[in-house]
Design a protein around this ligand. Structure first.
Ligand code: ADP
Ligand code: MG
Length: 296
């Protein structure tokens, strides 16, 4: 557990009372949380994350967790003597890699998160996009970002065709906390590896979520000088894409975040998963962490 400075009872009471307006505002609302980066690999941060999710549920907010698993997939691929390759932030996924992705995401990472949340006193249920026929996907057509006449073959990387959120809604109504692995299925029941940020963003849209919170392994979106950009509009994002400030895993994250903001998700934030209890701080206090993405 992280060390906390002792606080006096009056200060503690004040802190708790300050959460009231936020609890009232968000009661009954859905919040989609993309869980990734360091928050997912550090045991103390894992526990703090699970506690936050349970607390949110207990005060009447409906958290839906979508998890990534890049480092864990990388770890198993390495043990199998395979090297991961990325094009424009997406993992090149041949058939063997797809098997590894499914084992790691649905078998290991998802079940670890379910276990952590349950241990913290919640009732989590793990799902992949196959469960409840939730995430229909097709092979991603990836055009080269510099030369759109060129196409990259990234294998079984999926593009979302549609999301049917009814299984998530049914679980929410029953006090469960859904934990979703970013795997979709195609017309012939084939599996697709979908970037977790893209799934979280689309799920937030179809669930008409109040907030989309993307936990990552960095303080937020940084400019070329390495300074945190606390607020980003669609126009500024275009500029950052064009001048190459945004690269790698930040590409699908920001595209997804912007899509969600444009499609009616009220608040979209990319936040620092290295901060203990960042979810509580972001949702139930005045403090803001990381980068807020705005549609205009
Ligand atoms: P996750 O999806 O688990 O949060 P990713 O590695 O996929 O993590 O995406 C986050 C990474 O994106 C950062 O660690 C950083 O290396 C990279 N990145 C690229 N451009 C930027 C940028 N402008 N600001 C912040 N991070 C960036
Ligand atoms: Mg990523």
């Amino acid at each position: 557990m992280t060390e906390v400075t002792p606080i006096t009872p009056p200060a503690q009471a004040q802190i708790l009372a300050q959460a009231l307006p936020y609890i009232r505002k968000y009661h009954g609302k859905t919040m989609v949380i993309k869980y990734g980066g360091n928050a997912m690999t550090d045991p103390a941060l894992q526990q703090a994350f699970a506690e936050d999710v349970v607390l949110l549920k207990l005060v009447g907010i409906n958290p839906v967790v979508v998890h990534g698993g890049g480092p864990q997939i990388e770890g198993l691929l390495k043990r199998l003597g395979k090297k991961g390759e990325f094009i424009q932030g997406m993992r090149v996924t041949d058939a063997e890699t797809m098997e590894v992705v499914e084992w790691v995401l649905a078998g290991e990472v998802q079940q670890d998160i379910v276990g952590l949340i349950n241990q913290a006193g919640g009732k989590a249920v793990g799902l992949t996009g196959r469960d409840g026929a939730m995430i229909r996907a097709q092979k991603l057509k990836m055009l080269d970002s510099a030369d759109p006449s060129k196409e990259h073959d990234v294998g079984q990387v999926g593009d979302i065709v549609s999301i049917d959120p009814s299984v998530v809604k049914a679980l929410q109504d029953d006090a469960f906390i859904p934990v979703v692995s970013p795997i979709g299925f195609g017309e012939n029941n084939e599996s697709y590896n979908i970037n977790a940020d893209v799934v979280a963003a689309k799920l937030a849209t179809v669930l008409k979520a109040e907030k989309l919170l993307m936990l990552t392994n960095i303080s937020g979106v940084l400019n070329k000088a390495g300074e945190l950009l606390t607020d980003l509009t669609a126009r500024r994002i275009d500029e950052l894409f064009t001048d190459g400030t945004i690269s790698g895993g930040m590409l699908p994250k920001i595209s997804g975040a912007l899509d969600a903001a444009k499609s009616g998700v009220n608040a979209v934030h990319i936040i620092d998963g290295r901060v203990p209890h960042v979810l509580l701080l972001e949702i139930l206090t005045e403090q803001a962490f990381g980068t807020m993405i705005r549609s205009h």
